[in-house]
Ligand binder design. Structure first.
Ligand code: PMP
Length: 364
């Protein structure tokens, strides 16, 4: 059976450059903290990776703290920046941000973008807060206007942390240059191996490690660095994505599905090129996911992190979709997608709609 992997926002396929760099690093003997020659060879791989990441992120090498992934990077950012400040998080944030203790929620508009007037109002009452916002939403692909949010934060003496996980490679920006204090990324979300991520943080901000260990990463994140995953992350971050072609494939799929009655939340907002969220009214997400899986197509319902427990999407709930928040699948196209997926996906979707709604549907 043809298997189509359309769940890139959960994890992207490994790109060849990342695979090569990770394998080479795996063959390198030595701990980057050791002083002898093998240690120095490992250190060279680590620091070359740090320079590549810094260049791609319009930051300095010293601004890059390598860690295990974005969950850890987000926790480290909130730990470093949130000391003594109230924490405000967008309603559609990933759980690694949204579930921070005592975080207050910032409203989003119906299209999933941040309510900027609401941010301004909230900060007027809580100046000097830490605001955490994602650059791009993992379920809908909707982009927050980080530049505008950064200006509002600056006007109220607030700090801004950006969860840039889904934007790297698809909607990269110089977030520090825009005024963010830090941003997070995760290698496997843009073609690197799982197990490495980074917090990029503005110079001069003190970071007390969450894990102290051997003082690695300038004492800001203890523990031996995952060299193969970091080398792969650095190789992947410079890979060009064909975003225009990916967007046109996404648009074709979305147009077909909406012609069969699906609703695409967030599709009127600026968003990632590879993502569409598709509500099929009256049909539970789980039913759709299983039907497509049986047809050889991998998509997800809501974020992958919550796919073991298929509750209604908090993202769609925040956008006002009520019961339909439990009736959406997410299609997220990987970097190596080709136009061949369109007839395969649309045929399977049409068959699923026909079966689930027991009504004639368009043929693909
Ligand atoms: N933020 C966002 C927006 C994400 O999509 C994810 C992964 N689903 C994370 C943070 C966490 O990344 P990781 O699981 O790689 O730590």
């Amino acid at each position: 059976m043809t298997r189509l992997y359309l769940d890139a926002n959960a994890t992207e396929p490994l790109c060849p450059a990342a695979r090569g760099a990770a394998l080479a690093a795996m063959e390198t003997l030595g701990n980057p903290s050791s002083i002898h020659a093998p240690g120095r060879a490992a250190r060279h791989i680590l620091e070359t990776a740090r320079e590549a990441v810094a260049r791609a992120c319009l930051a300095r090498p010293a601004d890059v703290i390598f860690c295990s992934g974005a969950t850890e990077a987000n926790a480290l950012a909130m730990h470093a920046l949130g000391k003594g400040r109230p924490i405000l998080v967008g309603a559609t944030e990933h759980d690694s941000i949204r579930t921070a203790p005592s975080a207050a929620i910032l409203r989003v508009n119906q299209d999933g973008t941040l309510d900027l007037a609401g941010l301004d109002e909230t900060l007027a009452a809580q100046p000097g807060a830490l605001v955490c916002l994602m650059a791009a939403n993992n379920e809908t692909g909707v982009l927050h206007d980080i530049e505008a949010a950064a200006k509002i934060c600056a006007a109220h003496g607030a700090l801004l942390h950006v969860d840039a996980v889904q934007a790297i490679g698809r909607a990269n920006r110089g977030w520090l240059g825009m005024g963010a204090a830090s941003f997070s990324l995760s290698g496997h979300k843009f073609g690197g191996p799982m197990g490495a991520g980074a917090l990029i943080i503005r110079r001069g901000i003190e970071v007390e490690a969450l894990t102290k260990g051997g003082g690695q990463e300038q004492g800001r994140r203890g523990g031996t660095q995952a060299l193969p995953a970091i080398a792969g992350l650095a190789a992947a971050i410079t890979q060009p994505y064909n975003n225009a072609q990916i967007a046109s494939i996404r648009d074709e799929i979305e147009a077909f599905c909406t012609s069969l009655g699906a609703i695409a939340p967030g599709s009127t907002a600026p968003r990632l090129p590879n993502t569409t969220s598709l509500i099929l009214p009256g049909v539970r997400a789980e039913t759709q996911l299983i039907a497509l899986d049986m047809a050889g197509i991998a998509v997800s319902a809501g974020s992958a992190c919550s796919s073991g427990k298929l509750a209604a999407s908090h993202v769609l709930t925040a956008m006002g979709y009520g019961e339909q928040a439990g009736q959406a699948i997410r299609v997220s196209l990987p970097w190596n997608v080709t136009a061949d997926v369109v007839p395969l996906f649309t045929a399977a979707y049409a068959a699923m709609v026909k079966r689930c709604l027991r009504a004639p549907a368009h043929s693909a």
